[in-house]
Design a protein around this ligand. Structure first.
Ligand SMILES: Cc1ncc(COP(=O)(O)O)c(C=O)c1O
Length: 367
């Protein structure tokens, strides 16, 4: 068996809508080639922007299609932390997405973590962090099926977050790429919706719902940053590649987006369920894990005293990979935790990989 990859949140090859997108791409080149093969608007392909604007209840000028949502976040971070500003602080969840930490550091932000645990977001801690003078520049949250923890903030927590941020005039960046990949439970309103579209930048993506290789993400931004963002993006790349954006739009226009999403949900749910079953069977006492209702990731807390760094070395020696907890913290904590992505390996590989991991943890515990 080749390496069992629990490291990256990428879809297994059988989930990708290959035939559908091939046909859509051919169609848009043939039918709208003069648009998609030329330079275009800095915010991308207009019909997809219009569709997204309708989904989010905003005007299309506020929707920026980006080369994946991470590029969108990087651009916002650079804009927000450029020049002489009263505060360089960015508040993020602990743990949070590792690439966000890198992007914020690259933009010159000072990162302040607020804990998110199985009990939820530490709202008192958040209030303290937002109460500084001057207030932090940005609050970055992944409220749904969080990367890395898989956790989802409740509606009450979201309302409290919006209230705190509004009271302090802090812009929220809501990074929500997996929102539609829910396989059970009730949908929760976005921070963007709860804030009435004010002072929240919403980031979505077609990476988790259609195909990450298309690199189609988007931002819904407040009117005030439309112009600076347009300038920054056109300076960066004139316009983003419109062919993948048009292919996605065509998939939607043909009514094939929802069935694609449904297949992703079904396949990922089967893999998540296999993961739960295998963890239940194979993990030694003292190990616990999160129970996401959707998305690509879950979080494992190792038994006390079992360190993740040597565990990863031993896991790689038996061809299992995952990402270590400290990658998701600004201060190196999380050294007895890890993130498992459950999207790529097959159900059989999941069982085999978790069995191997369980044995290694039990060995580490008894060493
Ligand atoms: C929270 C979060 N934001 C952004 C991304 C990157 O998304 P994209 O492929 O749209 O750049 C990911 C990918 O896993 C993610 O989990």
């Amino acid at each position: 068996m080749s390496t069992i990859a629990f490291a990256r949140g990428i879809p297994s090859p059988d989930i990708l809508p290959i035939a559908e997108l091939a046909d859509c791409a051919k169609y848009v080149i043939e039918n709208d080639g003069t648009t998609v093969l030329n330079y275009g608007h800095a915010f991308g392909y207009a019909p997809l922007r219009e569709w997204l604007a309708e989904q989010h209840g905003v005007t299309p000028d506020r929707v920026a299609l980006t080369v994946g949502s991470l590029a969108g976040f990087n651009m916002v971070a650079r804009e927000f932390f450029a020049g002489d500003i009263p505060s360089r602080e960015a508040v993020v969840e602990a743990p949070t997405y590792d690439r966000t930490i890198l992007a914020l550091r690259g933009a010159g932000a000072e990162i302040r973590p607020v804990a998110v645990t199985e009990e939820g977001l530490d709202l008192d801690g958040l209030e303290r962090l937002l109460s500084t003078n001057p207030a932090p520049r940005l609050l970055y949250l992944i409220p749904t099926f969080q990367n890395p923890s898989g956790r989802t903030h409740s509606e009450d927590e979201r309302r409290a977050v919006v209230e705190l941020a509004q009271a302090r005039g802090v812009t929220v960046f809501e990074d929500d790429p997996s929102r539609l990949v829910r396989y059970e439970g009730e949908d929760v309103p976005s921070l963007f919706e709860l804030a009435g579209g004010e002072n929240v930048i919403f980031a979505g993506s077609f990476s988790k719902t259609a195909a990450p290789g298309l690199r189609v993400g988007y931002l819904v931004v407040p009117q005030g940053i439309v112009k600076p963002l347009q300038n920054a993006l056109s300076t960066m790349y004139i316009s983003p590649p419109m062919l993948p954006q048009a292919a996605i739009h065509e998939l939607i226009r043909r009514g094939l987006f929802e069935p694609t999403l449904e297949r992703t949900r079904t396949e990922l749910k089967a893999r998540r369920d296999a993961r739960f079953e295998a963890l239940e069977r194979s993990m030694p006492a003292g190990t616990s894990w999160s129970r996401p209702e959707g998305g690509y990731f879950l979080w494992v807390d190792l038994p006390s005293g079992v360190k993740v760094a040597p565990l990863l070395e031993r896991a790689e020696a038996v061809d299992v990979t995952f990402v270590s907890g400290p990658d998701f913290f600004v201060d190196g904590s999380g050294d007895e935790a890890l993130r498992l992505a459950f999207s790529y390996p097959s159900v059989a590989e999941i069982h085999e990989g978790i069995d191997r991991l369980g044995r290694l943890i039990a060995d580490a515990q008894s060493a």
